[in-house]
Write a protein that binds this ligand. Structure first.
Ligand SMILES: *Cc1c(COP(=O)(O)O)cnc(C)c1O
Length: 390
């Protein structure tokens, strides 16, 4: 276990469910770029793309200004559009499903496995129809989905598989890293995620044409960028399609690169803290960690438990929040959001496993600067609640 950085050692402070680790070398890396000639579309973008894609075993990386932008670019690159459907799990952040809407496609909600809350391949197979063009997996909490079965379905039917792996930097499936398991894999560098650029994201792929499509898309649909034109001594450029400005700045990429140098240690620390939670909660019958599958290395973006018993999750949530523990709930099933209900007529009954889980799940604090005493503080309060509130 690594010790927490200075200033976070007190064990009576508010514990958020997640937070970034920024140290002096990160700050120096950003400042150095701020003093350089290129604040955006400069050399740090490519350096970060190469380093992050190499770390995940992928051939190509396209850096963008959020995880949502990475999903948007990925979905755009698959070519899916109006009148076509993309299957998404309901137990996820809204951006997963929204990415289909951005390109005019329709998200179709599939349920999750009851014990892992990962996209259920059987329900995916049931929901594939004549208009289905893509499936988006979500490696919920940091555990990879069943990629053998998911890619079996997508390959057999000629569908694209896009992975929303915003939770799963450093996870593996059958020894293969997340980032190599789908046609395109999207990551987020929001401060609660494994590494941060403030806001930021990246899309990884082994397919050069998908990478090229995403590069054009992030730059207004224009086929060359500012630096390339300057290097070529040319002013000419052409916009060939409608894209967006989804670019990530060079100083953010410098932060990402600096953060990336610590990712191995951070993922190991997340796993060590998760193992401590597992150990301390092992005897509990009413606060139960989610299931893990063999052959998958979990990256632990989140440590999620189920609180068994009607209304008890809400009571434990309040109990812990009142005592400085920043527990949270991930997520409101997307098909229950008012926007989706109104636009698509979705609602209760569509994804029963996700709905049942939603009433029971609680995310406990987990981030690399935590230590064993922090875990013990959380678990002790849970035990105290269990005896008084049962
Ligand atoms: C964080 C997250 C996103 C969005 O990432 P941003 O960088 O905040 O845009 C999308 N999907 C999932 C599952 C996430 O956790």
């Amino acid at each position: 276990m690594t010790s927490p950085p200075a200033g976070t050692g007190a064990h009576d402070e508010y514990l958020p469910y997640g937070r970034q680790c920024i140290s002096d070398d990160d700050i120096d890396a950003v400042v150095e770029v701020l003093r350089s000639a290129w604040l955006t579309t400069g050399p740090m973008v490519e350096a970060f793309e190469r380093a992050f894609s190499a770390a995940c075993g992928a051939s190509f990386g396209v850096a963008v200004n959020s995880g949502t932008a990475a999903l948007h670019a990925a979905v755009h690159a698959t070519g899916i559009g109006p009148g076509e459907e993309m299957i998404v799990p309901s137990m996820t952040f809204a951006a997963t499903a929204n990415s289909a809407l951005y390109v005019g496609a329709t998200p179709v909600f599939a349920d999750v496995e009851a014990d892992t809350l990962l996209l259920d391949p059987e329900d995916v197979a049931r929901k594939v129809g004549s208009n289905t063009r893509a499936v988006m997996s979500v490696d919920y909490a940091g555990q990879p989905c069943d990629y053998d079965r998911l890619s079996g379905i997508t390959r057999a039917r000629g569908l694209r598989l896009v992975a929303d792996s915003c939770h799963a930097v450093g996870a593996t499936y059958g020894g293969r890293p997340v980032g190599t398991l789908a046609d395109v894999t999207a990551f987020s560098f929001h401060p609660v995620k494994h590494l941060t650029t403030g806001e930021g994201g990246m899309a990884l792929t082994a397919d050069e044409s998908l990478a090229a499509a995403m590069r054009v898309f992030r730059n207004h649909g224009i086929t060359s960028d500012h630096r390339t034109r300057e290097q070529q001594g040319s002013w000419f450029y052409e916009m060939v399609e409608l894209g967006y400005n989804l670019r990530l700045t060079d100083f953010q990429c410098a932060l990402g690169l600096s953060q990336l140098s610590k990712i191995g240690r951070w993922v190991a620390q997340r796993r060590a803290l998760a193992a401590l939670y597992d150990d301390r909660l092992a005897g509990s019958i009413d606060v139960v960690p989610l299931a893990r599958r063999a052959g998958r290395e979990h990256a632990y973006h989140l440590y999620v438990v189920r609180v068994i018993g009607e209304g008890r999750r809400d009571r434990l949530f309040r109990f812990l929040r009142e005592r400085g523990i920043g527990v949270n709930v991930h997520y409101v099933p997307v098909h229950l959001h008012p926007y989706y209900r109104k636009r698509f007529g979705t609602g209760p009954g569509l994804c029963p496993m996700a709905e049942q889980a939603y009433s029971e799940i609680l995310t406990l604090p987990l981030y690399p600067a935590m230590d064993e005493a922090d875990v013990d503080r959380v678990v002790k309060l849970i035990a105290e609640w269990s005896t008084v509130a049962a």
